[in-house]
Every structure is written in structure tokens, then in C-alpha cells.
Design a protein around this ligand. Structure first.
Ligand SMILES: [Fe+2]
Length: 277
């Protein structure tokens, strides 16, 4: 698709600070922009009730994201900060990797201000406020996941210095964006890319096509991903401790090993060591 990026006059008139943050200027969202949020929210909630991870649904409830309209950071940030010490900062567009990781390492989640238009409910060129807040923020209210996200940011700064960002970025992709969890009630979604997508929320759990493979850090770090179609493979965690624990080891030797093996798996590959679900 060749749609031009969505223009947001409130974003465009601002000069970002050194950390790329800008003001949300919540009072300047239009009634129609709030209505798009409400439409997306209602649509997602209907299909996520028995598909999203309990921790995600719990986060939505605790942060009162069901309140009508695009959330006001002046209200949302104090609530989130009281729960896990995280806050959201608005940014004008995708930010450079070092800026992104520095925010995460300091428990700040960068979010886009603009919201998609009514004629693009299911297509996004870059993450909007619905993806970033509805998709990511509920899980940041979970203490273990919140710690994992910070550890990821710290790991990102290190990976940048080591030249291993490609490996680490795959971890974000297959967990934070497209992760599934084995819950007491069966497979559930916690990845922001899935919970904020009407089609993929159903496909990720119910479609017969994609592989669902038990979480393996090194396997993920070797697996390519595609950004503009549904995933061909999902990785499934047992619990959030598993994610956080994975980041509590030195990635240096892992990167060395991956470099030495120099093996990459395609998005749909299944290998002998995979534990398929
Ligand atoms: Fe995202």
C-alpha cells in the first residue's frame, strides 16, 4: 500500500525535545479521533474477552482504559506509575533505536500521538496511539512484564554497542509484539501487535496455518520476521517469569554462539528441536 503517513498537525507544529518526546495536547484531539478510539476499543474487547491473557485484561481494567475516548496521559501516567513505575511519553514518529532503548531502560514507553483514520482501521504504516496504548500499556501494569521491558531496554543499549541488534529485535518481535502464553484456560494472547489487531487476534489462536512453538531464546534470536502480514510462527511462553528470567543472563556468549553458527530460520520453518504446541 502506498498511503502517505497520517498527518497530525499537533505533532507537526512541535519541536521534539532531545529525547524525542512531545506534548500530547489531549484537549486538541477531535471528537472524531476519540470516536475512532471508542470504535476500535469496542471491537477489540468483544473478540479479546476470551482470547487475551488475563494479565492484559486485568491491566485494561485497572488503568480504566475503557473510559471513553483516547486516554489522557495526565490521568493515565500517574495511575501506571503507581502500579509499576512506568510512564508513557508521546513521540512524533518512530524514534532512533538508541532513543527507544534509553526510554525503555528508564521505564518510559514511547507512544505515537496520532490515531488511524476510519478508512484505515486495519492497516497501519506506523504504530498509532491505539496500538501503542491499548496494545502495550495494559501489560506494563504487570510487575514482572514491566521488569522484562526495562531489562529489554538495557539489553537493547548493549546490543547496539555489540552490533547484535538484529538478534535482540527478534526477541521483542516474538514476545512483546506477537507473544502467546499458555494460561490455565489454554492459549492466550499478550503481544501488542496481536491484541491491537482485529484479524490477527482470531488468526493467532484459531487458524491452523501458523506454527506455535514453545519459547526458546536462541531459537527466536535466529528467526526472521515479516512486518506486514500475519505471523507464520508464534512463540509461546509458560509465564512472564520465563521472559524476565531469560534476560537475567549474559547475552554476550549467546551472541558469540549465534555469530559462530551463523544460522537463520525463515518465518515458517520448523526445526527438530522445536517444541510444537
Ligand atoms: Fe508495538
Amino acid at each position: 500500500m502506498t498511503d502517505s503517513p497520517i498527518h497530525d498537525a499537533v505533532v507537526e507544529r512541535q519541536t521534539p525535545r532531545a529525547d524525542f518526546s512531545i506534548d500530547q495536547c489531549w484537549s486538541e484531539y477531535t471528537a472524531d479521533e476519540h470516536a475512532v478510539w471508542d470504535l476500535l476499543y469496542a471491537r477489540q474487547l468483544e473478540i479479546l474477552a476470551d482470547r487475551a491473557a488475563p494479565e492484559f485484561l486485568n491491566g485494561l481494567k485497572k488503568l480504566e482504559l475503557s473510559r471513553s475516548g483516547i486516554p489522557d496521559l495526565n490521568r493515565l501516567n500517574p495511575a501506571l506509575k503507581a502500579m509499576t513505575g512506568w510512564e508513557i511519553v508521546m513521540v512524533p514518529h518512530l524514534v532512533p533505536d538508541d532513543v527507544f532503548f534509553t526510554h525503555l531502560a528508564n521505564r518510559r514507553f514511547p507512544a505515537g500521538r496520532f490515531i488511524r483514520r476510519r478508512n484505515q482501521l486495519d492497516y497501519l504504516q506506523e504504530p498509532d496511539v491505539f496500538h501503542d496504548i491499548f496494545g502495550h500499556v495494559p501489560m506494563l501494569a504487570n510487575p514482572i512484564f514491566a521488569d522484562y521491558m526495562q531489562a529489554y531496554g538495557q539489553g537493547g543499549l548493549r546490543a547496539l554497542a555489540l552490533g547484535t541488534l538484529k538478534n535482540l529485535a527478534r526477541l521483542y518481535w516474538y514476545t512483546v509484539e506477537f507473544g502467546l502464553i499458555n494460561s490455565a484456560d489454554g492459549l492466550r494472547i499478550y503481544g501488542a501487535g496481536i491484541v491491537s489487531s482485529f484479524g490477527e487476534s482470531q488468526y493467532a489462536l484459531e487458524d491452523k496455518t501458523p506454527n506455535r512453538i514453545k519459547f526458546s531464546l536462541e531459537r527466536i534470536m535466529q528467526t526472521e520476521y515479516e512486518i506486514d502480514e500475519y505471523q507464520k510462527t508464534y512463540f509461546v511462553i509458560n509465564d512472564y517469569e520465563q521472559l524476565f528470567d531469560a534476560t537475567q543472563q549474559d547475552f554476550g556468549p549467546i551472541y558469540d554462539r549465534l555469530k559462530a553458527q551463523s544460522q537463520t530460520f525463515g518465518t515458517a520453518d520448523v526445526i527438530k528441536q522445536d517444541d510444537l504446541i
